[in-house]
Design a protein around this ligand. Structure first.
Ligand code: ATP
Length: 352
């Protein structure tokens, strides 16, 4: 078989981003050495609030261009709370990339690897295994770049729901459900917001294209309750941008926290793989961040690249994480242990 070479752009970013990405890259290299006829060419590019402080732009044009030209992007985390635009909002080049590359589906798998990681009682946490599809390019984030006058006495954010944005998101979620337990739960607020009633009407239409997949419709407030009371009942959840942002963190909390929650931002041509968490300034520089979310994001990247060998690599990583996390002593501080970021990376590589 001819050698397949994948170009990967690596964006370590801010805070704990570089620490966890470093472990993700080491795991990728270790997997690569176990696969045949596949190689990864990694190019690191600058982006983030730190880059803004250095050169005045959190997302340099050359970085964005490299992202457009590569096969996949591996990202750490971006943002420093004290570095803000004049409007008061934080720099978020990771969101700019989603919008620029039209990465409309934010895919966030939530899987419990060890009952010890969950704050729920074992009978409630048993079998937690679902995926959130978060709309990534519109929703309540649509007006995030609006600038309002300093003396404004009223400020509005607009919830944008388009037919195109909703249809493509729902189709992606249904296709994923077809490969799982065949249930899609729409999370919305259709009883109050007209944009959400529209979102639901499009969901109803698209659901007819997937007769084998069951559907549920749950308001976001009730969904938050059910996620805590009976999380194992969910299979694929599909929701608006802001609701997805919020319930993703809640869901991560069910399986050990942000350090256990991988994610992928996927469009029709490009994709970014990154842990669901942010730059975690409270633990940055301490060497205690959990790299598992990033390592699992590397597995999602290999799966998305879609060759026989990369699919095998994804499976190898998942099995290694399963093995390591099966032992409650092999845990970073967030999941109840004292293993460092780097030691956790080594444990996963040893388990490969
Ligand atoms: P953002 O809005 O950019 O997503 P955030 O404000 O939601 O970021 P995070 O940076 O995700 O915040 O951190 C939320 C909490 O989770 C913090 O207490 C942080 O220390 C913890 N946390 C995040 N990532 C990790 C990790 N990899 N390992 C351990 N703890 C983490």
């Amino acid at each position: 078989m001819p050698m397949k070479i994948f170009q990967i752009v690596v964006l370590p970013g801010d805070g704990i981003g570089p620490d966890v990405v470093c472990e993700g890259v080491d795991v990728l290299r270790a997997v690569e050495s176990r696969l045949t006829d596949v190689r990864f060419e990694l190019t690191e590019q600058p982006a983030g609030a730190g880059e803004y402080l250095k050169n005045g732009d959190p997302l340099p044009a050359a970085t964005l261009q490299a992202c457009r030209e590569c096969d996949a992007i591996l990202l750490g985390a971006m943002g420093i709370p004290s570095v803000r635009w004049p409007t008061g909002t934080e720099m978020a080049p990771q969101i700019d990339i989603r919008e620029e590359l039209d990465l409309y589906a934010g895919v966030r798998p939530i899987l419990l690897y060890n009952a010890e990681h969950s704050p729920l009682k074992p009978q409630r946490s048993k079998g937690i295994d679902f995926v959130i599809y978060r709309e990534n390019t519109e929703g309540l984030f649509a007006s995030r770049k609006e600038v309002y006058a300093k003396d404004a006495t009223e400020v509005r954010d607009t919830m944008l729901v388009t037919r195109k944005g909703s249809e493509r998101l729902f189709r992606a979620a249904f296709r994923h459900a077809e490969r799982r337990r065949k249930l899609v739960t729409l999370v919305d607020k259709a009883n109050v917001l007209p944009s959400m009633a529209y979102f639901r009407s499009i969901f109803d239409e698209i659901s007819l294209e997937f007769p084998d997949v069951r559907t549920e419709r749950v308001y976001v407030d009730a969904a938050s309750l059910f996620l805590v009371q009976r999380p194992a009942d969910f299979d694929v959840i599909v929701t608006e941008n802001m609701f997805g942002d919020i319930i993703s963190d809640l869901a991560a909390g069910l399986v050990g926290g942000m350090g256990m929650a991988p994610s992928a931002d996927i469009g029709d041509r490009h994709a970014v793989f990154q842990p669901s968490h942010g730059s975690a300034p409270d633990i940055a520089g301490k060497g205690i961040a959990n790299p598992i979310a990033t390592i699992l994001s590397v597995a999602m990247m290999l799966e998305w690249l879609g060759s026989e060998q990369t699919l095998r690599g994804a499976e190898l990583i998942r099995r290694a994480v399963e093995k390591v996390c099966g032992d409650p002593a092999k845990a970073t501080r967030d999941i109840g242990g004292s293993v460092t970021t780097h030691e956790m990376g080594r444990l996963v590589i040893a388990a490969l």
